[in-house]
Design a protein around this ligand. Structure first.
Ligand code: EPU
Length: 302
């Protein structure tokens, strides 16, 4: 989608928004799949309500893209622009056992920053790729740790009210890879409350998680992490593996030979390749186990 109207382009500039025309989302996602659209870089959080009103009035559909690590996006010209929060110098500070972090910060960077201030509890999240905002929205988790229990407050832009609001942690439901945030809520900042722990102890925990992850996941291939949620009491990866589907391919999309719930882009996979592989594997699991696997990855289809 292109923003060509010079009045809108001018107004965006006045609001401090940087317009980057015709950006390939292949460069913005860990799967390296996705079409082309205009990108708006919001340099100041405070302008979000006004930018959103401007886009709504001009009938320009939009989506917020965070780290791009858990999303599968259609190919071709996309029917919405993408918005980005500033990622260059995200705010992070610690006060006692509280950490205040901008949603655009890198999740691993936040874990390390807190560790340096002797605040632990998030060691398991160290290798989870993506932004703090994405982790909040999905209640990211690994190795027995989820972000949800540490959250005390979230500042967000609520599209339903058109306002920036602060929501208390107790008023947010954090479930397995799911939260009660509305799909169009935009995470802005979080306040976490973390247990005190010596830096060295936290580092030791981080090392253990890193080793486990390196041993079982295809970290240097293009993927969006696990494709399916684990069904209650089961393991999607184990089921797919038991069906001997490692290396199973559609075009350049393949089931990883390392972890069967990771689907990788071997070279130039299209969104369609990946969707067909996902449907095929889901169908085979349904036929063999009677289990309907739910997507963990978010689809942005046009
Ligand atoms: N397994 C196999 N074959 C495989 C993969 C796994 O037999 O190809 C078996 C393992 O041997 C193990 C069991 O399945 O006995 C579970 O595997 P693993 O420990 O790798 O964990 P997982 O349930 O597959 C979950 C999360 C990961 C997270 C890890 C570590 C989901 C969908 N996945 O994977 O999160 O990193 O635990 O805590 O909940 C993600 O969210 O994208 C993600 C990768």
């Amino acid at each position: 989608m292109r923003i060509n109207d010079s009045t809108i382009v001018e107004r965006l500039k006045e609001l401090g928004v940087e317009l980057r025309p015709s950006v390939s989302l292949k460069e913005k996602t860990s799967l390296e799949i996705g079409g082309t659209t205009d990108e708006l870089l919001l340099h100041r959080y405070g302008t979000i309500p006004e930018v959103m009103r401007l886009l709504a009035d001009a009938k320009i559909p939009h989506r917020f893209l965070g780290g791009g690590t858990n999303v599968l996006i259609s190919d071709g010209e996309l029917p919405w622009v993408i918005l980005h929060l500033p990622t260059a110098h995200p705010g992070m500070r610690v006060e006692g056992n509280s950490a205040f972090v901008d949603a655009s910060a890198d999740l691993g960077g936040m874990v390390t920053f807190c560790a340096k201030h002797d605040l632990g509890g998030m060691e398991g999240l160290i290798g989870v790729p993506g932004s703090v905002g994405g982790a909040l929205r999905m209640n990211a988790g690994a190795y027995g740790t989820q972000i949800g229990p540490w959250v005390r407050e979230v500042e967000l832009y609520r599209a339903a009210s058109g306002e920036v609001e602060t929501v208390r942690g107790n008023d947010i439901r954090f479930d397995y890879r799911h939260t009660s945030f509305a799909p169009d809520d935009v995470m802005l900042r979080v306040k976490l409350e973390l247990p005190s722990k010596p830096y060295k102890e936290i580092l030791a925990g981080i090392k253990v998680c890193n080793e486990k992850r390196r041993a079982s996941q295809p970290l240097n291939q293009k993927s969006a992490g696990c494709i399916f949620k684990n069904p209650p009491g089961g393991s999607a990866g184990r089921m797919i593996d038991e069906l001997k589907l490692k290396d199973h391919r559609v075009g350049d999309a393949a089931v990883s030979d390392r972890h069967a719930n990771f689907f990788v882009n071997l070279a130039d996979a299209t969104c369609d390749d990946m969707l067909r592989l996902i449907d095929d594997v889901r169908e085979r699991v349904r036929a063999a186990y009677g289990v309907d696997l739910e997507n963990e990855v978010i689809f942005w289809r046009n």
